[in-house]
Design a protein around this ligand. Structure first.
Ligand code: UT7
Length: 323
């Protein structure tokens, strides 16, 4: 049996820190409200001359270093993002060229908003376990600040920029145990960015073309849905809640994370939490959190990790990994 094993992790956060105090100057909000309702204290914002590709390349290079591999060793790149550099080439192709990954490797983006990394991980796992690739870079990279309406207090306090990456390698030893993906396209009006190439460019200017969310309604669906996917994942593997060593959740809101941890009966000490410093970095949030907890020594080889995400689409998914 061939597994996809996590060989290395990497991440990158832009230098610029935006605090809640700064947001108090932009919209009618308060540091207290943001901390209490979301758990967020600060977030990072890309520099004017940085793009999704730039963040992804640094995170991917760090993951390759951690894995002890070279770009030339990689034969698959899958990148989750909803803020790509271009319509095409895909950001994955731009990363391939930038890093010097073999011409001829497979490279493409997946679009599943905040679930983009879990979707990318699922596809990479399928490539590796069926012999379609040996070594994969799986990346989540986002420049959310570019699609935020900085006059909307309901959304602008939530998001941040960053990138995270995993290197997966085919191995006889256990690695990714299962992945679970779902979508429901019927709730588009609750969370969307209402413009796209095929609709023309009229809506691009001003706040009309920026991210829209009916936060409270999304919150309720997210809590319900993530509770269900936790059960689905454990049942599929015949495992108990107590078998999970670490929950690595999508970092949208500390209250959503707490609800999922409660559902698992997991103390918050076993939940990787980066939402306070990173905000919601969409597809980048899980690999960013993963890398933080590997590098600070919390996550150790052999431990059982449950990753889960929920986002625009709606899309949601999970992965169970023996690290
Ligand atoms: O990652 C993709 C998935 N996204 C999510 O999972 C996000 C889900 N949603 C959330 O995290 C939360 O719903 C929010 C943090 C967005 C909002 O928290 P909430 O507890 O659901 O607040 P609410 O939307 O029910 O609003 C409560 C009050 C309202 O005022 P009134 O009508 O009670 O007077 C809002 O206008 O809070 C007000 N409010 C704010 N006040 C200060 C909304 N945003 C702010 C703000 N500062 N930034």
């Amino acid at each position: 049996m061939t597994y996809a094993r996590v060989k290395g992790t990497g991440s990158y956060l832009p230098e610029r820190v935006m605090t809640n105090a700064e947001l108090e100057q932009l919209v009618d909000t308060s540091d207290r409200w943001i901390r209490e309702r979301t758990g967020i204290c600060e977030r990072r914002i890309v520099a004017d001359d940085q793009s999704c590709r730039d963040l992804a390349m640094i995170a991917a290079s760090r993951a390759l270093d951690a894995a002890g591999l070279q770009p030339g060793d990689i034969d698959l790149i899958i990148l989750g993002t909803c803020t790509p550099d271009r319509v095409f080439p895909s950001t994955a192709c731009l990363v391939q060229a930038g890093l010097g990954v073999n011409p001829g490797a497979v490279a493409f983006d997946v679009s599943a908003a905040c679930s983009g990394f879990i979707y990318a991980l699922d596809v990479a796992n399928r490539f590796i376990t069926t012999g379609g690739a040996r070594r994969a870079l799986v990346i989540g990279s986002e420049t959310m600040s570019r699609i935020i309406d900085w006059t909307d207090r309901g959304t602008c306090v939530l998001f941040g920029d960053g990138a995270g990456a995993l290197v997966l390698e085919a191995d006889d030893e256990t690695g990714i145990l299962s992945t679970h993906l779902h979508a429901d396209g019927g709730c588009e009006d609750l969370l969307n960015v209402p413009w796209g190439v095929s609709q023309g460019y009229d809506a691009l200017s001003g706040s009309a073309g920026k991210l829209k969310m009916r936060g409270n309604e999304v919150f309720k669906v997210a809590v319900r849905t993530l509770g269900r996917i936790v059960d689905e994942t454990l049942e599929a593997n015949g495992l108990a809640k107590s078998d999970v060593d670490w929950l690595i959740p999508h970092q949208a809101n500390i209250r959503i994370i707490q609800a999922t941890a409660k559902k698992l009966g997991l103390p918050m000490e076993q939940v990787v939490q980066t939402v306070a410093e990173h905000g919601n970095t969409s597809a980048a949030s899980i690999p960013l959190a993963f890398d933080v907890a590997v590098r600070d020594g919390r996550i150790r080889r052999g431990e059982l990790l449950l990753l889960e995400a929920f986002g625009g689409g709606f899309t949601w998914g999970s992965a169970l990994i023996r690290y």
